[in-house]
Design a protein around this ligand. Structure first.
Ligand code: NIG
Ligand code: FE
Length: 413
């Protein structure tokens, strides 16, 4: 079926297919067509241009977009959206003075989620997770990366990854899955970290790879979690199975995670709330690795924001993602992420929108089909309500100015 969008006030993020990501100064530009039309056929963008050039183009259905902005859906390249239960007690504990790290060292945090997940059946985990999937789609997310990492045993990690794969099959949004066995040290291995890393390498990786359950591999490289050496071992082993690294680094401490990520050609290094000059240098050194900032996590935990200005002003690309998870970012709202990046990280609206669309797509390795308005890319569109300009979206933080979302050519309720 062909759908023709007409009288679009501004059509944002119009790019040729060759653009894979935007970096540095280029992030300040958001190519836009004013007073535009866009034609989609089934799940694909087939044509667009200025209304004056529309000729006799017709669709089976026409949508009038007068006063409205049309743009690609958000590409959320870092989430832990599949989880069991919640952690609102820890939220209250933090209000009363405990830190995220203190809660974790008392057996809360990731281990709390792991315990809840192990006690939850696959069907129940799926049922809980799709509530959030439906929510983020309605908020304009059309492609998402989802991590395991609350299982921490082969059985429970596989359970999580199977749920992720069911979501992939059942929903129109694009899903990429990441194996994050090295998220925390499970109780059973409390005094035997090497033993757990061995288990990841010898028992988990082969089965997960054989069953095709993940495309990416992740490690929480952080003091008290996994060292640079652990990370190196896991990434080296994962390479045999062609799992591409996307890793958690520099959330609380810079311990050399960026360098080890770049060394293993990681697609992304995520968090970077703490960033050393040497980290920037490692990323600038001809690496294809893209840094990913997670401002909702900084907002929620009250930790520093990733220094986006330093990253972009040094010529690098930056992606923005939600980090949706029960402990450090219980929100998958990419509209809030974009607003917060503008307000707290001093990213311009153009930079933030680039970071959450084309660069987010690059951060999942799907930039050939997602992240921009380009002929042949997937019909993943946000149609806003009538608004004065695209800057109005991040400006009016907390409000929802989305009128409709189209994902893979389908209207989302
Ligand atoms: O990205 N830092 C590690 N992992 C998650 C938090 C996980 C949790 O608290 O459940 C993050 O912030
Ligand atoms: Fe995370």
């Amino acid at each position: 079926m062909a759908i023709l969008l007409q009288n679009i006030k501004s059509l944002l993020q119009v790019r040729t297919n060759e653009i894979r990501k935007v970096s540095g100064e280029d992030m300040k530009r958001l190519p836009t067509i004013e007073n535009a039309f866009l034609l989609i056929e089934d799940d694909t963008i087939v044509d667009f241009g200025r209304m004056e050039d529309i000729g006799d183009l017709e669709g089976d259905q026409t949508i009038d977009c007068s006063g409205k902005i049309v743009m690609p859906t958000w590409c959320d390249s870092h989430t832990h959206i599949v989880y069991a239960g919640n952690r609102e007690q820890e939220f209250v504990d933090r209000i009363n003075g405990l830190s995220y790290e203190e809660i974790a060292s008392r057996g809360g945090g990731i281990l709390n989620s792991a315990k809840q997940l192990r006690d939850t059946s696959e069907d129940e985990l799926y049922a809980q997770s799709i509530v959030r999937i439906k929510e983020v789609m309605s908020l304009g997310t059309g492609a998402i990366e989802i991590k395991s990492g609350y299982g921490l045993t082969l059985k429970s990690e596989v359970k999580m990854l199977r749920v992720i794969n069911r979501i992939k099959q059942d929903f129109p949004l694009k899903v990429k899955s990441t194996f994050l066995g090295a998220h925390a040290l499970p109780e059973e291995f409390k005094n035997n970290k090497t033993g757990y890393v061995d288990t990841i390498i010898n028992d988990m990786l082969p089965i997960i790879a054989e069953e095709g359950l993940a495309q990416f591999v992740d490690v929480f490289c952080e003091k008290g979690y996994f060292t640079v050496q652990d990370t190196d071992r896991i990434l080296k082993a994962a390479k045999q199975y062609e799992l591409i690294p996307k890793i958690h680094v520099n959330q609380f401490n810079a311990i050399g995670g960026v360098e080890v990520g770049v060394k293993h050609n990681a697609l992304t290094v995520d968090h970077l709330e703490i960033l050393e000059e040497s980290d920037l240098l490692a990323l600038k050194d001809k690496s294809q690795t893209i840094p990913v900032a997670l401002p909702s996590c900084s907002f929620y935990l009250g930790i520093p924001y990733t220094p986006a200005r330093r990253i972009i002003d040094s010529g690098l690309a930056l992606a923005l993602a939600s980090d949706y998870n029960p402990g450090s970012s219980p929100s998958g709202n990419m509209n809030f992420v974009v607003s917060t990046a503008c307000i707290k990280m001093k990213m311009t609206p153009e930079e933030a929108i680039n970071a959450a669309t084309i660069n987010g797509a690059y951060a999942m390795g799907i930039e050939n089909q997602y992240g921009s308005i380009s002929k042949g890319k997937k019909a993943n569109l946000i149609i806003t309500k009538e608004i004065p300009s695209y800057s109005y979206l991040p400006y009016s933080f907390g409000s929802n100015y989305i009128d409709r979302v189209i994902i893979n050519g389908q209207a989302i309720k």
